[in-house]
Design a protein around this ligand. Structure first.
Ligand code: F6R
Ligand code: ZN
Length: 191
């Protein structure tokens, strides 16, 4: 390692295999797994969530990550794999968060599945962008974001965001999003 002309050490280049069909990263450094029991307080129907937890506490989503320093100038990347399922009639979703450094953006490239990226601002705007294979969603600075799976297969995205962005889950855990996504009579309902 040698110093570059900034405060960081020179990092060696590297590469990783990503299986686009399965939505997995070969040899991830970390896999974060969130089950139904990690999602208490997030869904509209808490009783339906308790039922799921009591059955087999299914995995909601997995995040496959490489270890990259969480510093300005780095890019963090991961594969986010959100499994299909419903809590009552509400579609499985991620917790959702603002970035701690709120003026940091993120790119989600959807590689499999279908659903929405729900995004909201602190001043009350809320947008649902469709996610489907080969579609990219740009999450601008200052938008909280949560992905929602409306399909019958995993919703898989490749995500890239600034190294120093950080994650603020508290605001969403308390306030939620103004919109939720349901499947009713076989149709998507966003309300
Ligand atoms: C990172 C990012 C995604 C999510 C992942 C899980 O900034 O937005 O990698 O972390 O989709 O969702 P959360 O973090 O909301 O549980
Ligand atoms: Zn994010």
């Amino acid at each position: 390692m040698m110093d570059c002309n900034c405060r960081h050490k020179i990092m060696m280049p590297w590469s990783v295999d990503i299986d686009l069909a399965d939505g997995t990263m070969r040899e991830p450094d970390r896999v974060l797994v969130r089950r139904a029991s990690d999602m208490e307080g997030y869904y509209k129907d808490p009783a339906a969530l308790r039922d799921l937890i009591g059955q087999d506490d299914p995995v909601h989503y997995e995040v496959f990550e490489k270890q990259i320093p969480e510093q300005y100038g780095q890019l963090l990347l991961c594969i986010s794999k959100l499994h299909p399922g419903r809590v009552g009639d509400e579609c499985f979703m991620t917790k959702g968060h603002y970035h701690t450094i709120s003026h940091t953006a993120e790119v989600y490239l959807c590689i499999r599945g279908q659903g929405y990226m729900l995004m909201k601002t602190a001043d009350g705007q809320c947008v649902a962008e469709p996610m489907r294979r080969n579609r990219m969603v740009y999450v601008p600075p200052c938008w909280a974001h949560r992905s929602v799976n409306t399909g019958d297969e995993p919703l898989i995205s490749f995500c890239v965001y600034p190294g120093d962005a950080g994650h603020n889950y508290g605001d969403i855990a308390q306030q939620g999003f103004p919109k939720r996504v349901f499947i009713r009579d076989g149709r998507e309902v966003i309300e």
